[in-house]
Design a binder for this molecule. Sequence first.
Ligand SMILES: NC(=O)c1ccc[n+]([C@@H]2O[C@H](COP(=O)([O-])OP(=O)(O)OC[C@H]3O[C@@H](n4cnc5c(N)ncnc54)[C@H](O)[C@@H]3O)[C@@H](O)[C@H]2O)c1
Ligand SMILES: O=C(O)C(=O)C[C@]1(C(=O)O)C=C[C@@H](O)C=C1
Length: 305
Amino acid sequence: MLPFARVAIVGLGLIGSSVARAVRQSMPTVRLSGYDADPAVRDTAIRLGLVDDVADQAGAAVTDADLVVLCVPVGAIGAVAGDLAADMPADVIVTDVGSCKTEVARALAEAIPTVTVVPAHPVAGTERSGPEAGFATLFAGRWCILTPAADAEPLAVARVGEFWRRLGADVEVMTPEHHDRVLAVTSHLPHLIAYSIVGTASDLEAVTESEVIKYSAGGFRDFTRIAASDPTMWRDVFLSNREAVLEMLGRFSEDLAQLQRAIRWGDGDALFDLFTRTRAIRRSIVEQGQDDAREDFGRSHDPAG
Ligand SMILES: NC(=O)c1ccc[n+]([C@@H]2O[C@H](COP(=O)([O-])OP(=O)(O)OC[C@H]3O[C@@H](n4cnc5c(N)ncnc54)[C@H](O)[C@@H]3O)[C@@H](O)[C@H]2O)c1
Ligand SMILES: O=C(O)C(=O)C[C@]1(C(=O)O)C=C[C@@H](O)C=C1
């Protein structure tokens, strides 16, 4: 049996449109409605036929939904849920796809205290944004982490888990706090480093911007892909997951200082040992299939590549 029959997607960008496409593919009988605050995105969603109905008002998209998926930037999730509160059916389940969970859970509990909420984070994406960037296989073979409250209804958690499994994801459950510490190091810090290094390169006085572009080597190009990620989304991620990111950034700065010392004092063994350890990590990621088709997808869609 399908976990949900009528799904409303609020926010029809990269993730919302990918959810819509994946639902169409894996659960074609599900009735899909959608809303986006940006009229141009709504027009695109209609043109692409992403959902059965694109509403002009957020409330109209959710009136008969049994699942509402909030696919808006992290900083907007609470307010959007609050705006929808009066229009949602009493037995609706609300989920979101936000990249951070602790503060979002707090915002959702405040905005819709009587509604069943099962927060989720599909750990899958690209540096692109908007409805045309989405694709149906985005979640295939990827983790989707659910972070329900301790007293969440088990049946609601199971239904949301089944929804993501049908979209191709592997589902894991953890607390929002643990999620935020793990993702701070596996996703948020790498993005911060990429933003920072690309910014540094473009600020160098001794190297012109055209040289940075002309001679960009493989490693730098990989950083530029990540540093091209959506500014609104990532501003919100760093403001929302501030504590965990600052903690991981502190650890990272100490390790970086150690590397700096190793280079200064010619400590080749320290460099070699670290690089050997990190190479093994990369190899085990590739072996587990966590490296990707999506990486190839990213490259083949890289306008610079
Ligand atoms: N991009 C990724 O790699 C990725 C991966 C996993 C999760 N996420 C999370 O998914 C969410 C959406 O990210 P995205 O990459 O799809 O961004 P996106 O910019 O492609 O899409 C976001 C959409 O939300 C709409 N929106 C903004 N405020 C709104 C509001 N108040 N009401 C209705 N619509 C509104 C925007 O117009 C836009 O179309 C974020 O919370 C992000 O943290 C992103
Ligand atoms: O591959 C990318 O471009 C991504 O940034 C995707 C990525 C990640 O860090 O892996 C980014 C943010 C999400 O919340 C989940 C996935």
